[in-house]
Write a protein that binds this ligand. Sequence first.
Ligand code: NAG
Ligand code: NAG
Length: 397
Amino acid sequence: MAAAGAWVLVLSLWGAAVGNRNITARIGKPLVLNCRGAPKKPPQQLEWKLNTGRTEAWKVLSPQGSSWDSVARVLPNGSLLLPAVGIQDEGTFRCRATSRNGKETRSAYQVQVYQIPGKPEIVDPASELMAGVPNKVGTCVSEGGYPAGTLNWHSDGKPLIPDGKGVSVQEETRRHPETGLFTLQSELMVTPAWGGALHPTFSCSFSPGLPRRRALHTAPIQLRVWEPVPPEVQVMVQPEGGKVVPGGTVTLTCETPTQSSLQIHWIKDGIPLHLPPSPVLLLHEVQREDQGTYSCVATHPSHGPQESPAVRVVIEAEEGPIAGSVEGQELGTVALVLGILGGLGIAVLLIGAIMWRRQRRRREKRKASENQEEEEERAELNQPEEPEAAESRAAGP
Ligand SMILES: *[C@@H]1O[C@H](CO)[C@@H](O)[C@H](O)[C@H]1NC(C)=O
Ligand SMILES: *[C@@H]1O[C@H](CO)[C@@H](O)[C@H](O)[C@H]1NC(C)=O
């Protein structure tokens, strides 16, 4: 019993392996199917049965019978010829032949047809893409293939998998009403990442619906990615207006259009603060030294740094609004600076005046001593001279 079961299994495996061969045939080309075990020449005892898109049920063809229109006929050696296969010839073909010594052999074929489409093409290709927004790259078109197959996109040699976010594909499959051949369309939309490839290439390939058939590739297209300059970088201050009493807390937040891949640094009064990059600057327990103007610098890998307009942080006196408005403070500062400058100016003038006077006096003294010598000489030559001159000289400093 077990032995019989094993035999049935072996026979059925043999039947499956030998009896049902998959045949692929190109549309429009002739196809010859051999009837195994048939004598090479008539008279033969054989019968072809086919069940295809053209037959109602099983259609029987024999060597003796007439050919089936132009669709199929049995050749003298017992093989079946289809002069030009079409989509409707897909189906099952079977032959049963009896040899001269009475041995029966069966053959069975599963026929699939195919047509190689034209080389796929990218129509309406974009010339450039904008980073951060969805862009249409182009539409890949494959015409005249069978079975339908699929279109796949590649970028820089890697397959593009539609994820609905950065990559999306809209596909359309149409069938020609007469030929039954397929036209595939695949429209690719991509959202190039900021700081990604600036000159990506895109290509499209057609993968046939049958195994062991080569894919067809479009020529690649190279596009340029534009990265629009991001809108202005801004600093938001909390509390509003940037006014805070000593000991209070100020939160400065650097607002940028794209948070990712940005490094934020802070600047106070024009001098970079040596802090780790962060979009938030917290000033705890503020003191007078924390007062000043603050700005943030967002460094983008492809744009370089962008600085925000500066905002003021004002430390107010604790009792009453003595500090006044920002403008008042500014005026106060200006007045103070002017005052200091004025004071310095006056001091310089004063010192200058004193120095000048001293120098003049020294010069006068020198002159005077020269005069004295002259006079002494003169005195030696013709004395006496006026005595008042000597007296006035002695009164001087
Ligand atoms: C023939 O093709 C069918 C699918 O169409 C597959 O399941 C089967 O294994 C194939 N047979 C052989 C012998 O390759
Ligand atoms: C029968 O004839 C056809 C055409 O002449 C040929 O292609 C085919 O291989 C032949 N079959 C056998 C089993 O010899």
